[in-house]
Design a protein around this ligand. Sequence first.
Ligand code: TUI
Length: 315
Amino acid sequence: MQTRLTTLLGIKYPIIQGGMAWVSDSKLAGAVSNAGGAGIIGSGGRTTEWVKEEINKIKLLTDKPFGVNVMLMAPNKDEVVDVICQEKVSFVTLGAGNPVPYIKKFQEAGIKVIPVVPNLKLAMRIETSGADAMVVEGMEAGGHIGTLTTMALMTNVLPKIGIPVIVAGGIADGRGIAAALMMGAAGVQIGSRFIMTSECPMHANAKAKILAATDTDSVVTGYSRGHGVRGLRNKFTDAFMELERKGAPQEELDRISTGTNRLAACDGDVDNGLVQVGQSLVVLDKIQSVQDAVEEMMKQTVECLTSAGSLVKSI
Ligand code: TUI
């Protein structure tokens, strides 16, 4: 399949993997790149040394293009940016903050820059700043999110932007990929579906909670402090949202939420940690290899796109 994303990155399929903090390591990202998408190492929450090691490991796992996500709220982001520039990865995605100060530096190092944005205003600022492409991420996504849905973002943003736009948030199968391509996307970013793979290091307890979850089982914490974080409803989210409702001070909310992503993803504490996952939960009904997930999604994408013509004929 050829789209503006496959051409930009030199990949087979128009899929990039979400750079999920505490989850996306070299093993997962290498498998996605080997399967024909573009894998991404998630540097959020990690030490700079970990990022360097994972970049070295992925180079042994794949000769295909891969990227690194920089979480712009991370205290060590400048160090991580330096390591990525030295290691000359193919591209970066930049989320959870203002990417503009970093664009030129990456491009001078020969690295393509793909910021993640949650609305049209930021999308237009990013295009003007000279980024190579962007991800628009709807609030159906897991983790740190904006307030607009993927459908509203596709409708509002895609006609206004000239550089390739990758769509994210709630896309978990080939029907979603086909829909995004039909709307004018250059490709998609997929996170949650890649959690449900044998290569993904997410703790088995968290994978089991996702397998058991239905469409209404995720909630958004943190809107009261300006940025929502989506994850599965549990003891932690109930306690956090009760504190939010009571108007608890910022410091208390920060204190009880710090470390909850790692607690669920790495330690498997799915009651006191936060399992960050998107809303398209019902199709996440099995664990499979990354290769099988990619092939299954792309087969369905092609079926959807080829059968779409018969809908027109039957009018
Ligand atoms: O970054 C993400 N998703 C994430 S990061 C993460 S680690 C974390 N965990 C808990 C709390 C906070 C972080 C988990 N999930 N997605 C990309 C994304 N970027 N979503 C929203 C944004 C964003 C928000 C504001 C991008 C730019 C932006 O700009 C602010 C500005 O400077 O105007």
